[in-house]
Design a protein around this ligand. Structure first.
Ligand code: FAD
Length: 525
C-alpha cells in the first residue's frame, strides 16, 4: 500500500515540536483553601522539571471555609504521592488517627452503629464475609459486629494500632485516616508548595477576559493587575468565581434529597481521652459532628434551615456538648449539589467551587484529590480536546453521584419519625440508582460495586446493617458450609479480633507520650 502519510524522522520531530509548543506552560489556581493548596501541591509534584509555572491566587479579603477536619484512608496515599512524611504531617497539623465513624441516634434514638474502615471478618469459600453474616443470622446465630471489625473493636476501646504486616492477622486489614486542623493543613501545604517553586500572590479576582471561543484568557484583579494562564483551576470555594460567575456552568441542586443546608461549628477543649473516630449524632433537624484533634475538639451541627433556626442550632450544640466553646461559632450556608460540568473549557473546578456534599462521610477533601488524580490522567494540552474533557466529566459525575447516593442512604433508611426532618427523609424521592441498590440488598443481601465508586460493597453493607435492613435471603453458595462449621469459624475470628484489641495501646498514648517527652512517640510517629 502506498504510504503517503508516512512521516520522515524530520517531520516526526517537527510534529513533536508542535505538540511541545501546545504544552500547558502555566496554571493559575484561584483560591488558597484546602482545595487550592492540595491542587498546587499535587500538580507541582506531578509536573517537576516541565517548566510549568503554577500560581496560587489567594484573596486578602475573602477567608477560607476553615472546616474540613475528617478524612478517609486514601488521604495517606496522597501524602505518599507528595512524599510527605506521615509523622511530620501529623505533628504539624495536630492530627489524630481515625478508624471510622460512629453513628448515634440515626436508626432510632438510643441506637449506635459503626462505619469502620478496613475489613470485616474473612471470606469463607471466597464469599465476602457479610454473606456469611447473613447466613449466621438466618441460622439463629447472634454474631456481635465488633468481633469481626478490628477498627470498630479498637475504636470502642479507645485504642489504636497500625496495620499488621502479617497477612494472617486480623489487623492486616486495618485501615485508618486522619483528623486534622484544616488551617494548619493549608499552612503546611503552602510551605510545601513554595519549596517546589509554586508562586503565591494575594489578589482578589474581579473578572476575566474571555476569548471569542469562550475560553478564559486573562484574570483581572481588583487592584487592576492581570494574570494570563493556559489552564485555570477554580478553588475559590462556594462562590465558584471562574466556573460559575464567569463561565456560567450551572448547578444541579440536590437539596430535595439532602435537606441540610446550614452548619454551625466551634471548637472545644481537647478531650481527656481522644477517641480514634469521628462521632456523628443525629439530632432533631440534622446531626452533630465531633472530631478529636490533639490540641482541641472540632464540633459542628449540620442542619436544615427549614426545621431549625441558626440560634436554635447553636444552642442545641452547646447544650448537648455541655462544654465551653473556645471560639465564636462559625455559621456556614450551602446548597448541596454539583456543577453541571466539573471541567468547562480551560477551567477545572475543585473543592467547594465544584459542588458540595455534606460532610457526613468526610468525602469533600477526598473528592478534591480524586479530581486531581483524574486531571493528571486527563492532563490536557492547549488544544483542550473536548473528548478528553468529556471523559473527565463523565468519571467525576459518576463518582460524585455514587457518593451522593451513599450519603442519602444514611437519611432515607432512618426509622426515626420523631421530628419533621426525619419524617421527610423517610418519604422523600431518592435517585433510581439508589433505589435499585437498596432493593437488591433487601432481596438478596448483594451489593453491586462498580469501578470508579468510592465506597465499596463493604461500606454499603455497614450502613444497611447499621440502619437495620435485613435481606430476605443469604447467598445460596454458602449452603455448602454447615452451621456448625460456620459457628466454629466465627468463634475463631472473634477470638483473634479480641486478641488484637486487647494488645493494642490506647489511642491517646500516641499523643500523650509525645507531649510528655516533647519528642515523637516512638510507636506512632
Ligand atoms: P475555601 O476554604 O472556601 O477556600 C476558598 C479560597 O478561595 C480562599 O482562599 C479565598 O480567599 C479564595 N477566593 C474566593 N474568592 C476569591 C476571589 N474572588 N479572588 C481570589 N481568591 C478568592 N471536608 C472533608 O473532607 N471532611 C470534613 O470533615 C469536612 N467538614 C466540613 C464541614 C462543613 C460544615 C463544610 C461546609 C465543609 C466541610 N468539608 C469537609 C469540606 C471542606 O471544608 C472543603 O472541601 C475544603 O475546605 C476545601 O475548601 P475550598 O478550598 O474549596 O474552599
Amino acid at each position: 500500500m502506498a504510504d503517503t502519510q508516512q512521516t520522515s524522522p524530520a517531520s516526526q520531530s517537527a510534529s513533536l515540536r508542535t505538540s511541545d509548543d501546545r504544552r500547558i506552560k502555566s496554571i493559575a489556581i484561584v483560591g488558597g483553601g484546602t482545595a487550592g493548596w492540595l491542587a498546587a501541591a499535587m500538580l507541582a509534584r506531578a509536573l517537576p522539571g516541565t517548566g510549568t509555572v503554577i500560581t496560587v491566587i489567594e484573596s486578602p479579603d475573602i477567608g477560607t471555609v476553615g472546616v474540613g477536619e475528617a478524612t478517609i484512608p486514601p488521604i495517606l496515599d496522597v501524602l505518599r504521592f507528595l512524599s510527605i512524611d506521615e509523622g511530620d504531617f501529623i505533628r504539624h497539623t495536630q492530627a489524630t488517627y481515625k478508624l471510622g465513624i460512629k453513628f448515634s441516634d440515626w436508626k432510632q434514638l438510643g441506637h449506635t452503629y459503626w462505619h469502620p474502615f478496613g475489613t470485616f471478618g474473612a471470606p469463607i469459600i471466597r464469599r465476602p464475609f457479610y454473606h456469611c453474616w447473613h447466613k449466621a443470622r438466618a441460622a439463629g446465630l447472634v454474631p456481635h459486629f465488633n468481633d469481626y471489625s478490628v477498627c470498630a473493636a479498637l475504636g470502642d476501646a479507645g485504642k489504636f494500632r497500625f496495620p499488621d504486616g502479617n497477612p494472617d492477622s486480623p489487623a492486616a486489614g486495618l485501615r485508618y485516616a486522619l483528623h486534622f486542623d484544616a488551617t494548619l493543613v493549608a499552612k503546611y501545604l503552602r510551605s510545601y508548595c513554595e519549596r517546589l517553586g509554586v508562586t503565591r500572590i494575594e489578589r482578589t479576582v474581579k473578572g476575566a477576559i474571555r476569548r471569542p471561543d469562550g475560553f478564559l484568557d486573562e484574570l483581572q484583579f481588583a487592584d487592576g493587575s492581570t494574570l494570563r494562564a493556559d489552564l485555570y483551576i477554580d478553588c475559590s470555594g462556594f462562590r465558584g468565581v471562574l466556573i460559575e460567575q464567569i463561565l456560567g456552568t450551572g448547578y444541579l441542586d440536590w437539596s430535595a434529597m439532602l435537606p441540610c443546608d446550614r452548619a454551625v461549628a466551634f471548637p472545644t477543649a481537647s478531650a481527656s481521652a481522644r477517641p480514634p473516630y469521628t462521632h456523628s449524632r443525629a439530632r432533631s433537624a440534622g446531626w452533630h459532628w465531633r472530631i478529636p484533634l490533639q490540641h482541641r475538639t472540632g464540633n459542628g451541627y449540620v442542619y436544615s434551615s427549614a426545621y431549625c433556626s441558626d440560634d436554635e442550632a447553636r444552642e442545641d450544640l452547646i447544650r448537648s456538648l455541655g462544654e465551653k466553646p473556645l471560639a465564636d461559632p462559625r455559621y456556614l450556608r450551602f446548597v448541596t449539589g454539583r456543577r453541571k460540568l466539573f471541567w468547562n473549557r480551560n477551567c477545572v473546578a475543585l473543592g467547594l467551587a465544584s459542588g458540595f456534599l455534606e460532610p457526613l462521610e468526610s468525602t469533600s477533601i477526598h473528592l478534591v484529590t480524586s479530581g486531581l488524580y483524574h486531571l493528571l490522567e486527563h492532563f490536557p494540552d492547549k488544544d483542550f480536546d473536548p473528548t478528553n474533557i468529556d471523559s473527565y466529566n463523565d468519571e467525576l459525575i459518576f463518582e460524585n453521584e455514587r457518593v451522593r447516593d451513599f450519603i442519602v442512604l444514611h437519611y432515607c433508611l432512618t426509622q426515626r419519625d420523631d421530628t419533621p426532618l426525619w419524617r421527610y427523609c423517610q418519604s422523600m424521592a431518592i435517585p433510581d440508582s439508589l433505589r435499585q441498590r437498596i432493593e437488591l440488598f433487601r432481596r438478596t443481601g448483594r451489593i453491586r460495586w462498580r469501578a470508579g465508586e468510592l465506597f465499596t460493597d463493604l461500606s454499603w453493607f455497614y450502613i444497611f446493617e447499621g440502619l437495620g435492613v435485613r435481606p430476605d435471603r443469604y447467598d445460596p453458595l454458602l449452603d455448602v458450609v454447615t452451621v456448625g462449621k460456620l459457628s466454629e469459624l466465627l468463634a475463631s475470628m472473634a477470638n483473634s479480633t479480641a486478641a488484637v484489641a486487647t494488645a493494642a495501646p490506647t489511642h491517646d498514648s500516641y499523643f500523650t507520650a509525645r507531649t510528655a517527652s516533647g519528642k515523637r512517640a516512638a510507636t506512632a510517629l
